[in-house]
Design a protein around this ligand. Structure first.
Ligand code: ADP
Ligand code: MG
Length: 327
């Protein structure tokens, strides 16, 4: 295994249910990695086995050349942040951040120096003597982050760290997380079910479903070359049309993105239908076309004069094919 963080042959069961089955997964040092998948995919379990909060039933986890599979959590040098902040309510911000250092038995002066440093980096230097209940959600999440990075972990694990924040703050803290990772040169594993969050943040992303890795790659690779129908549908919008519509005689699916299709006046083997609705977006218009049971979306120029009920033909310029199994 070569990566900074590697998983090999990981199996995790709860009772008889296999919730994690990861053959091989590698992450490079100082990269921002996002694990994306629907609820129940096994994302949190993957983080928990990495942190040592759950034991694996089989397999090996290697961090920076060290086999950590059987290490207890406190020996793993890993920082962890959950979506619900999990701050100690009776401690002020300073003491919350200091916990991992005092547990380690560091001297008072050293603790103070490092807490102040990390609070500075996170922009919460003014809040050190407040209690969690006096802070906004975004501030609490920064304190949780400060506590996770104050012991300078080799790996930072973030489990849906933005889900409890409102939309505006979520976007703000999201770009903040990326710049923090770059500044500290730390390796991050960030879990989310939000595909736009994943695409915006990831150097590399992993799409998980049912405890399995569906695909790993850059956001661009995942978006442009989804390996399975599941990935194609989960990341971005995709139109799915039986190949018979295009004159094929197999039972394959033809899949294409709305921006990879166009409205044409004449074509052989294209989707013929009527416009069911128009969604103006300013720089483009999303045209919803209904064709019998099928519904497809096409990105069109707002300059085109289009009307609901109008008959149109849709031609994919670029498409992918999937077998009925979704591969
Ligand atoms: P995600 O974070 O992607 O939503 P989880 O890792 O939390 O998924 O859960 C994966 C599967 O494992 C789910 O089916 C969940 O119900 C099950 N699971 C998680 N934790 C436990 C547990 N402690 N006991 C039993 N089943 C669990
Ligand atoms: Mg989860």
């Amino acid at each position: 295994m070569t990566g900074f963080l590697s998983f090999k042959g990981i199996v995790k069961k709860f009772g008889s249910a296999v919730v994690l089955n990861v053959e091989q997964l590698e992450f490079e040092r100082a990269t921002y990695n996002v694990i994306l998948g629907p609820s129940g995919a096994g994302k949190t379990t993957l983080l928990r086995v990495t942190a040592g909060l759950e034991k694996v039933d089989a397999g090996k986890i290697v961090l920076d050349g060290e086999d950590i599979t059987n290490d207890p959590p406190w020996k793993r040098n890993v920082g962890l942040v959950f979506q619900n902040y999990a701050l100690y309510p009776h401690l002020n911000v300073f003491d919350n951040i200091a916990v991992p250092l005092t547990v380690k038995g560091l001297k008072k002066e050293e603790v103070e120096k490092r807490v102040k440093e990390v609070a500075q980096i996170l922009g919460i230097g003014e809040l050190l003597f407040k209690h969690p209940r006096q802070l906004s959600g975004g501030q609490q999440q920064r304190v949780a982050l400060a506590r996770a990075i104050v012991k300078e972990p080799k790996l930072l694990l973030l489990d849906e760290p933005l889900s409890n924040l409102d939309a505006k703050l979520r976007i703000e803290l999201r770009s903040y997380l990326k710049s923090l990772q770059r500044k500290l040169g730390i390796t991050v594993l960030h879990v989310t079910h939000d595909q736009s969050e994943a695409m915006a943040l990831a150097d590399e992303m992993v799409v998980m479903n049912g405890g399995l890795v569906e695909q790993k790659g850059t956001p661009h690779e995942i978006y442009r070359r989804p390996r399975t129908l599941f990935v194609a549908g989960f990341v971005g919008t995709i139109n799915l049309v039986p190949s018979s519509v295009f004159g094929g005689n197999s039972d394959e699916w033809v899949a294409f993105r709305p921006e990879d299709a166009e409205l044409v006046s004449e074509c052989v083997g294209c989707v013929k239908g009527t416009i069911s609705s128009l969604e103006y977006q300013g720089s483009s218009t999303i045209v919803h076309v209904r064709s019998g049971e099928l519904s497809v979306k096409v990105v069109a120029s707002p300059e085109l004069e289009l009307m609901e009920g109008q008959e149109v033909k849709v031609r994919p310029r670029r498409f992918l094919r999937y077998s009925p199994s979704g591969k």
